[in-house]
Design a protein around this ligand. Structure first.
Ligand code: ADE
Length: 225
């Protein structure tokens, strides 16, 4: 999968994508992330990419021209399956949407800033609008990082333990069960006996019951979906 991220502050994301599993995914050639500075497509030598809103009101609006030019350059190189705009009024990001998008080959993520982008950008270029939650961030970069991380980590071969992305919270519609590691007892706190039993079917049954109980207690809404 190739992800191109368009931002007016790409530096915010550099360190994130050059670390941890995302670094490994890129080194293994499974995923590529490319950051693009929207200011390179500014309409003048002052680096202008935004302007006042028609009709007045506080806040600047990102102009269509720099975004159009940046997108045109990318689209001239390859076909894109999705052009995603990160925005608080988009579809909320949930695991099923992540799963679907992770099957795509080439994806562009556009990060908004200020009051967002000129509506014509959304009408003409954007195929998906995604929010990472019901709160307003100062830009789309954190959302783009969240989305790219969620997409890349479930691509087969990225995680060492192939099965572990499948047992994440939400992957089967439930929260994940509790997990334990050594020591089996720490200052009187014991690991549940069943996990030390070696009885794999019983362990799986216990895990399922725990996942269900945790989901009922913390996120009953997931059971009604
Ligand atoms: N940009 C600003 N707030 C956002 C949010 N909640 N999700 C995605 N992009 C955003």
């Amino acid at each position: 999968m190739r992800i191109d991220i368009i931002s007016c502050q790409p530096d915010l994301l550099t360190s994130f994508f050059t670390h941890s599993i995302l670094k490994r995914a890129q080194e293994k050639g499974i995923a590529e992330v490319h950051l693009h500075d929207l200011r390179k497509f500014a309409i003048n030598k002052h680096g202008q990419i935004d302007d006042y809103a028609f009709g007045g009101g506080a806040g600047m609006v990102m102009m269509i021209e720099p975004i159009d030019k940046c997108l045109a350059g990318l689209k001239a190189e390859r076909n894109y399956d999705a052009v995603i705009y990160m925005t608080p009024d988009g579809e909320q990001l949930k695991q099923p949407l992540v799963n679907r998008l992770s099957l795509l080959e080439n994806v562009i993520i556009l990060c908004g800033h200020y009051k967002g982008v000129d509506e014509r950008v959304r009408e003409k270029f954007i195929t998906h609008e995604i929010s990472i939650g019901d709160y307003v961030l100062s830009g789309g970069e954190l959302g783009a990082a969240v989305l790219a991380d969620a997409l890349i980590r479930i691509i087969p071969g990225v995680l060492n333990d192939e099965s572990s992305a499948l047992t994440d919270s939400f992957q089967d519609g439930l929260l994940a069960p509790p997990v334990y590691t050594r020591p089996a007892e720490y200052e009187g706190l014991k690991v549940p006996e069943i996990l030390l039993s070696g009885n794999q079917p019983k362990i799986e049954e216990w895990r399922f019951e725990q996942a269900l109980a945790r989901t009922k207690a913390r996120r009953p809404d997931l059971l009604n979906d």
